[in-house]
Design a protein. Structure first.
Length: 256
């Protein structure tokens, strides 16, 4: 623990100085603000477009469900992508700058490096995501004041998927220590594989990808709360396994 606390402080200070932590908070806050606002004005925009084109269509008023649909669409795509791009090099840049060599040779346990990196990424993701979700919720209640069922569970699905992506980043970083691009492609490759495997319905309901594909379905009542239990358990288990594999692999990475 005496080694982990200074290392964690180092991550905090460094991320604050390079503006990465603040950037995530700002971008995620913008997502939280814009998602309800976009849902609110979208019917008016579509109405003006239809009027200009001479087409008469009855466009229904937006609802709170539309707001959450916008939020999850933005967060599950743009938010996660930005997070990976900003923090995907959290371990590889240590190798390119050789900043870990002196620390490891002086007795720093390699396990602590992965544990601290994982804890820090989870902190950044959780803080940014919770702020974004709270902002989106507040604006949605302000504009519509329409309650929806299982909202907290729907929010938790994307949060847990983010932890899975963090574990994947760390595992890929121990495999491709000097290449952020390789880490990025690894994450993309795993997501593509899950999308392809998810074509089969019997497989899809057990994949992590199921979580970010059914937030709105859960809110709309298209799936039951019990339907997300297994994918959440599996996602949490796989994330833990990836972290353990990252620790094992990192112990074998040469430091020179």
């Amino acid at each position: 623990m005496s080694q982990m606390v200074p290392l964690f402080k180092k991550e905090l200070i460094e991320s604050w100085r390079n503006f990465k932590f603040a950037a995530i908070v700002i971008v995620f806050s913008i997502i939280g603000i814009l998602s309800p606002f976009t849902a609110l004005i979208l019917p008016d925009i579509l109405g003006m477009v239809m009027d200009d084109s001479g087409v008469t269509v009855d466009i229904p008023e937006s609802t709170s469900l539309d707001s959450y649909m916008q939020f999850f669409s933005n967060m599950n795509q743009m938010g996660l992508v930005i997070f990976v791009i900003v923090f995907g090099s959290i371990l590889t840049h240590e190798f390119t700058r050789n900043t870990l060599v002196n620390l490891v040779t002086k007795g720093l346990k390699r396990t602590y490096v992965i544990v601290v990196k994982a804890s820090f990424l989870m902190l950044v993701w959780t803080v940014g995501y919770v702020i974004s979700a709270l902002v989106a919720y507040a604006y949605t209640i302000y504009y519509w004041d329409e309650p929806v069922d299982h909202l907290l569970l729907a929010f938790s699905m994307t949060w847990l998927y983010g932890l899975f992506i963090i574990s994947l980043i760390l595992l890929a970083s121990t495999l491709f220590t000097n290449s952020f691009i390789a880490v990025l492609f690894s994450v993309v490759a795993v997501v593509i594989v899950m999308l392809m495997a998810g074509i089969h319905p019997d497989i899809a309901k057990y994949l992590p990808q199921y979580l970010i594909g059914n937030n709105v379905g859960l809110l709309a009542g298209e799936i039951a709360a019990g339907d997300v239990v297994w994918p959440m358990v599996i996602t949490a288990a796989v994330s833990l396994v990836f972290i353990l594999l990252a620790v094992i692999r990192f112990k074998k990475v040469p430091m020179n």
